[in-house]
Design a protein around this ligand. Structure first.
Ligand code: FAD
Length: 467
C-alpha cells in the first residue's frame, strides 16, 4: 500500500530523512502538499514564496519519476480523503515546531493512529531537536552563550544523499492546479520587483552556500555587520522552506573551520541562533504572541498608530530606518543589523508594541520564520529572553556612522536623498501600492521624532514601569 509524504517546509531531495526512510520502506510514494488554513494564514510575501518553492519542487520530483499532488482543505480531512482514495496505510512528515503547526500535527497524528494508519513524524528542519538540548539540571536554556557551548561540539549527522528515484503508485491521485491556488494573490503589489531578488529551490540554495563559503566566509565576522556589503550567506530564504538542510550548511561551515577559514566559527554560531530560537519556541511557545517576560504586560506600548504606518512605509525621516524598511519592501529581506535598528526604533523611539513590527515582518519577509522573527522582536524590545536591556536604545544616527559610514546603504534604498538615484532606490516606488501615493521627487521627510526626545520618552516609561 502506498505511503503519503506530507510536505511542508522540506522542499529538498538531499539530506531529507523523510525521503530516505520512505524510499527504504520500498512502498509506492505519494508526495503531497496541502493548502490548509494554517498555510492560508501566512503573510503575503512568505505565502507567495512558498508557492514558488512548491512549483520548483514539483519539477524536481518530476525529474526523478515522481509527482507532487496538491490538495486544499483542513489537513486531517484532506489526508483522510486521500487515504480513502488511494488505500494508503501511512502518512509521514517532517516535524514543525510553531504552536499552530504543533497543534494541528498532534491532532492529525492521534486521529490517524486511532484509525490504524502509520502516522509518523521525522526530524529534519533543525540541527538538534529542541528538547534534545538540556541544561545540567534537565531544564532548557534561556541564554544563548551556554546554549552554544552545549551544542558546539555535538556531532551533527552527515547529510544524506538525494534519492535517485521515488517509487510511484500504480495510479496518481487527482491534483489541484497550484496556479489556481493563487498563493501570490496578496503579493501582487510588488511581486515583480521582489521576484528579481529571489533564489528559489534546492539548486539555488546549494549555489548560495558554495559561493558564500568560497567568497565570503573569510571576511564574514566583520562584513556581516555592514548592511551595504553583501557579506552574509542569504540562506535564510532557503532554510525557511527547507530547500537546504541546516546539517548541510553546518557540515560546510565545519569543514571550512577545520581548513582554517576565518569567520567560520562566527557563521556556525549564527546558525545556532536559529536553533536557539526553536529551542525557545518549543519550551515557551508564547514567545510568538505574548511578552516572554510577563512583567512587560504593564509597559505602555502603543497599539498600531500613524507613526507605525510611516515606519512601515519607510517614511520616518530617519535614514537608516527608512533604508531598511524599503530594503524589505524591495527585496523581501532585510539585513540583520538593520532588523535590530528598525525594531529598536519602533518599540523604543516610537513606543509601539513589538507585535506591530512582528506582524509587518511576517507579511513582508520572504525568509519569514516563526521562531527567529519572534525571538528577534522580543530581543530588540527588551521583553524577551537574553534581550538587549531596554535602556540600551540603539541610536540610528550613531549606528549609521558605524555601520554605513559612506552612506552606501542609505543611498541604495532612498531615492530622495541621492542626486542620481539608483535603480534599486527607484524600484521601491514600483513596488509600493499606488494608494500610498509615493513620489521619489518629493523631499525626504523630516524625522518623526527627535532621537533625543524619543529616547527620553522611552526611558521615562521604562522608569515608571520599574518604580
Ligand atoms: P547569515 O548571516 O548568513 O547567517 C546564516 C544563518 O544563520 C541564517 O540564514 C539564519 O538561519 C541564521 N541566523 C543568523 N542570524 C540569526 C539570528 N539573529 N537569529 C536567528 N537565526 C539567525 N531570521 C529569519 O530567518 N527569519 C525571520 O523572520 C527573522 N526575523 C528577524 C526579526 C528581527 C527583529 C531580528 C533582529 C532578526 C530576525 N531574523 C530572522 C534573524 C536574522 O536577521 C536573519 O536570519 C539573517 O539576517 C538572515 O540573513 P542570512 O541568511 O544572510 O544570514
Amino acid at each position: 500500500a502506498p505511503l503519503i509524504l506530507w510536505l511542508r517546509r522540506d522542499l529538498r531531495l538531499m539530506d531529507s530523512p523523510l525521503l530516505t526512510e520512505a524510499v527504504r520502506s520500498g512502498r509506492p510514494l505519494i508526495p503531497l502538499v496541502i493548502l490548509d488554513p494554517e498555510t492560508e494564514a501566512l503573510g503575503a510575501a512568505p505565502k507567495w514564496r512558498l508557492g514558488l518553492g512548491f512549483a520548483e519542487f514539483a519539477k524536481a520530483l518530476g525529474d526523478i519519476g515522481s509527482r507532487l499532488t496538491f490538495r486544499r482543505g483542513p489537513a486531517l480531512e484532506v489526508l483522510q480523503g486521500l487515504i480513502a482514495e488511494t488505500g494508503a496505510q501511512g502518512v509521514w512528515w517532517h516535524r514543525l515546531y510553531d504552536p499552530a503547526s504543533v497543534a494541528r500535527d498532534t491532532g492529525v497524528k492521534a486521529t490517524l493512529k486511532g484509525q490504524g494508519i502509520d502516522a509518523r513524524s521525522f526530524a529534519g528542519h533543525l540541527l538538534f531537536e529542541p528538547w534534545e538540548v538540556e541544561t545540567g539540571t534537565g531544564g532548557f536554556y534561556k541564554v544563548y552563550t551556554p546554549f552554544w557551548k552545549a551544542v558546539r561540539n555535538r556531532p551533527v549527522p552527515a547529510p544524506l544523499p538525494a534519492p535517485q528515484a521515488l517509487p510511484a503508485p500504480a495510479d496518481w491521485p487527482d491534483s489541484d492546479d497550484l496556479d489556481a491556488w493563487q498563493m501570490g494573490a496578496a503579493m501582487r503589489r510588488g511581486a515583480g520587483v521582489v521576484g528579481y531578488h529571489l533564489q528559489v529551490g534546492e539548486a539555488m540554495a546549494q549555489e548560495r552556500l558554495d559561493f558564500f563559503v568560497a567568497n565570503r566566509l573569510d571576511t564574514y565576522a566583520t562584513d556581516r555587520d555592514l548592511p551595504a556589503t553583501d557579506g552574509t550567506s542569504g540562506l535564510s530564504e532557503n532554510l525557511t522552506y527547507g530547500e537546504i538542510s541546516p546539517a548541510r550548511i553546518w557540515a560546510a561551515g565545519w569543514r571550512a573551520m577545520q581548513g582554517g577559514a576565518r569567520g567560520a566559527e562566527t557563521f556556525l554560531k549564527e546558525l545556532v541562533w536559529r536553533e536557539f530560537a526553536y529551542h525557545l519556541m518549543h519550551h515557551t511557545p508564547h514567545i510568538t504572541h505574548a511578552n516572554w517576560k510577563p512583567e512587560w504586560d504593564a509597559f505602555p506600548w502603543r497599539e498600531d498608530n500613524k507613526d507605525a504606518e510611516y515606519w512601515r512605509r519607510g517614511l520616518t525621516g530617519e535614514p537608516f530606518v527608512d533604508a531598511a524598511m524599503r530594503e524589505m519592501y524591495v527585496t523581501g529581506r532585510m539585513h540583520n543589523r538593520a532588523r535590530m535598528i528598525v525594531a529598536s526604533y519602533l518599540t523604543k523611539h516610537l513606543m509601539t508594541h513589538w507585535k506591530v513590527g512582528l506582524d509587518w515582518f511576517a507579511d513582508c519577509l520572504i525568509d519569514w520564520d516563526p521562531a527567529s522573527n519572534a525571538m528577534g522582536w522580543q530581543w530588540a524590545s527588551g521583553s524577551g529572553p537574553d534581550s538587549a536591556p531596554f535602556f540600551r536604545i540603539f541610536n540610528p544616527a550613531t549606528q549609521v556612522e558605524k555601520f554605513d559610514p559612506k552612506a552606501d546603504y542609505r543611498h541604495r534604498f532612498i531615492a530622495e536623498i541621492a542626486r542620481d538615484p539608483s535603480p534599486m532606490a527607484l524600484s521601491y516606488f514600483d513596488a509600493v501600492p499606488q494608494a500610498w501615493r509615493l513620489d521619489p521627487k518629493r523631499p525626504y521627510p523630516e524625522p518623526l521624532v527627535d532621537l533625543g526626545e524619543g529616547r527620553k520618552r522611552a526611558l521615562a516609561a521604562y522608569g515608571a514601569r520599574n518604580s
